[in-house]
Design a protein around this ligand. Structure first.
Ligand SMILES: *[C@@H]1O[C@H](CO)[C@@H](O)[C@H](O)[C@H]1NC(C)=O
Ligand SMILES: *[C@@H]1O[C@H](CO)[C@@H](O)[C@H](O)[C@H]1NC(C)=O
Ligand SMILES: *[C@@H]1O[C@H](CO)[C@@H](O)[C@H](O)[C@H]1NC(C)=O
Ligand SMILES: *[C@@H]1O[C@H](CO)[C@@H](O)[C@H](O)[C@H]1NC(C)=O
Length: 592
């Protein structure tokens, strides 16, 4: 009897230990920047070449109704990583103040609050090795004199190599440092002051009023003081909107810095070859952790296809769509190279791969010479910085996990980038977030676990699901998926330029979220059914119909209840603290 019991015990122990050592699936996530849903082949673009992303889609599930929580980088990325609406923690543009929709400088102290839980911190709690390669844009939290800027390391990423804020158009080329615009009255004043000082010092020393040494010291002191004024006038001043801004030169100097861990390792960032360096870094990460006992989570967050445009020589001029097209194709090439390494290491079967973009293409983006450098959102209307417009938030979404997630399946179930956190935990067979990370208790998730939909490759029975679409802190639209209908109610819409779905033509412009350039529809919202009219091409559902009355009533009610249940903090982005460059937090490169 005891023998039998001992035997049973042994068998059970062995089974348990095998189960215990079975490695959870790895996670590899690709996040493109400003890539429109109409920019890639498998979403209907017939003239661009994105064979690697297309292949990924053919080997997994392609989501055609996948929604970003915001149409701007900082809020959308925050939502993706936390599974929560960015308005809950102030990472959206406020209706007044600086009107900044994103984190502006490395030295900004705005950022994702430390008590939010990200995918990386959840997976770290589950013993994953985590790494971020590429763009961050959720706050660097530098200490005094920039001695350490932990950024992503504060949020569960164990390693970081990449871009602390984002790429900006100013990063390309050099900008003038020595500026003396003598038509500017401030510079005229400086020139007068300089001449007066030099002449009077000269005369004073000639007449022996001053000793030689005192004269030289006073001359140096004058130059120092005038130099400081010159620097402030030339590189940091109030712009026409009465906001402090920095010159292109200073902006590039302060922000074009590449990080490894919490330190700057390259300044300014060498854009040529940047994509390839990021790929090399991700490959090294995969090689280093391929055969660890514990699984890994790697987030490869592209600098592409955000402005400025740059590509390696072998990609330049290759596409049919100018430099923007070259950037898309180079990004696709990067996807292919990282996936090839995954395959070479034999990790394909045990790695969940996810591909998405943080928001839709930037329709207004044209270079000073008129060349288009923004993305294409297919037939969807609107784009970047239009949180309620379909083109701003409908992004590609691809999941691949061979043997688990079916291949070649297309799903039109409305899903959100915020679903990633709960879905990954579920796919990996991990406990729910609040069990895994007890401090996340009390922080409501807005994303849902869509693992069943992915694993079955089918819609399944749908309970009505609601999505809020904020543009900055303003609620612009609400969506409801009932299974038979996908209603979208617009509460506000940007005033588009006639005949277009955008608000101007320049890489520094985009539509507003609040104010006079937005039409308020809250007294009579526009209602569409996206199942019958996916591109909102036809007139909205008539307000006289009973369908309109009941749906709008329900949606308004939902919004009212939601608002009652949350206390929203003020915006962290539309503040002077985010807009000002703070030299005393500026990190420097000690080795480059
Ligand atoms: C493909 O993408 C390019 C680049 O954004 C765009 O200019 C073009 O219109 C797209 N073509 C189609 C057929 O969608
Ligand atoms: C930033 O750093 C300070 C200490 O230097 C810390 O108290 C704070 O929680 C950090 N903030 C974030 C968002 O990590
Ligand atoms: C992580 O590792 C620790 C120590 O080995 C273990 O106790 C814990 O159960 C692991 N957590 C998960 C979620 O696997
Ligand atoms: C509306 O947009 C125009 C140009 O796009 C801009 O000059 C103006 O300041 C905006 N008005 C407000 C109130 O924001």
């Amino acid at each position: 009897m005891t023998r039998v019991l001992a035997w049973i015990w042994l068998v059970c122990a062995a089974a348990l230990s095998v189960a215990g050592t079975e490695r959870k699936p790895n996670v590899l996530m690709f996040l493109a920047d400003d890539l429109g849903i109409g920019d890639i082949g498998c979403y209907g673009n017939t003239t661009i070449r994105t064979p690697n992303i297309d292949r990924l889609a053919s080997e997994g599930v392609r989501l055609t109704h996948h929604l970003a929580a915001s149409a701007m980088c900082t809020p959308s990325r925050a939502a993706l990583l936390t599974g929560r609406y960015p308005v809950r923690y102030g990472l959206e543009e406020g209706p007044e103040g600086y009107l900044l929709p994103v984190i502006l400088h490395i030295t900004s102290q705005s950022g994702l609050p430390a008590d939010e839980t990200t995918i990386a911190s959840a997976l770290t709690a589950a013993n994953y090795t985590t790494g971020l390669v590429g763009k961050w844009h959720l706050g660097m939290n530098c200490t005094l004199f920039g001695r350490s800027c932990p950024g992503p390391l504060n949020y569960g990423f164990q390693s970081f190599y990449g871009i602390p804020v984002t790429l900006f158009q100013e990063f390309r080329g050099s900008h003038v440092f020595w500026k003396f615009p003598l038509h500017d009255r401030r510079f005229q004043g400086l020139a007068m002051a300089w001449m007066t000082a030099v002449v009077s010092l000269f005369l004073a020393s000639r007449r022996k009023v001053l000793g030689y040494c005192t004269g030289v010291l006073l001359l140096l002191a004058t130059h120092l003081i005038l130099g400081v004024f010159w620097f402030i006038f030339a590189h940091s001043s109030m712009n026409s909107d009465c906001r402090w801004g920095v010159s292109a030169w200073l902006f590039r100097y302060a922000n074009s810095r590449l990080f490894r861990g919490d330190q700057v390792v390259e300044a300014p960032i060498q854009l040529d070859g940047l994509s390839q360096r990021l790929v090399e870094e991700s490959r090294r990460f995969l090689e280093a952790h391929a055969y660890d006992k514990t699984p890994f989570f790697l987030m490869h967050s592209f600098g592409h296809v955000h402005t400025p445009m740059f590509s390696a020589p072998h990609m330049a001029g290759r596409s049919k769509h100018g430099r923007y097209g070259d950037n898309v194709e180079e990004m696709d090439e990067s996807v292919g190279k990282v996936l090839a390494t995954l395959a070479e290491l034999g990790l394909e079967d045990n790695t969940i791969v996810y591909f998405t973009s943080d928001q839709g293409g930037h329709l207004e983006a044209v270079e000073d010479n008129g060349e288009r450098i923004g993305g294409h959102n297919g037939r969807f209307k609107g784009g970047k910085r239009q949180g309620g417009s379909e083109g701003g938030i409908r992004v590609p979404g691809i999941f691949r996990w061979p043997g688990h997630i079916p291949s070649g399946v297309t799903l039109d179930t409305p899903t959100s980038l915020m679903d990633l956190l709960p879905t990954l935990l579920s796919l990996a067979g991990l406990p729910q977030l609040h069990t895994l990370v007890p401090r996340a208790m009390g922080k409501e998730l807005d994303g849902e676990d869509i693992s069943e939909v992915l694993l079955k490759g089918a819609k399944g029975a749908r309970t009505p699901r609601l999505f809020l679409h904020h543009c900055g802190m303003s609620l612009h639209a609400v969506r409801m998926d009932t299974g038979d209908h996908v209603y979208k109610m617009h509460l506000a819409k940007p005033k588009w330029w006639k005949g277009s779905t955008q608000c101007g033509w320049h890489h520094t412009t985009a539509c507003d979220c609040h104010g006079a350039n937005v039409t308020d529809l809250s007294s009579q919202p526009e209602l569409y059914d996206l199942l019958s009219d996916p591109y909102e091409d036809y007139p909205p559902i008539s307000p006289d119909s009973s369908e309109y009355k009941s749906v709008v009533h329900d949606l308004k009610d939902y919004v009212k209840q939601w608002r009652k249940g949350v206390t929203l903090p003020p915006s962290q982005l539309s503040t002077m603290a985010n807009g000002l460059w703070k030299p005393f937090y500026q990190p420097h490169c000690l080795t480059c």
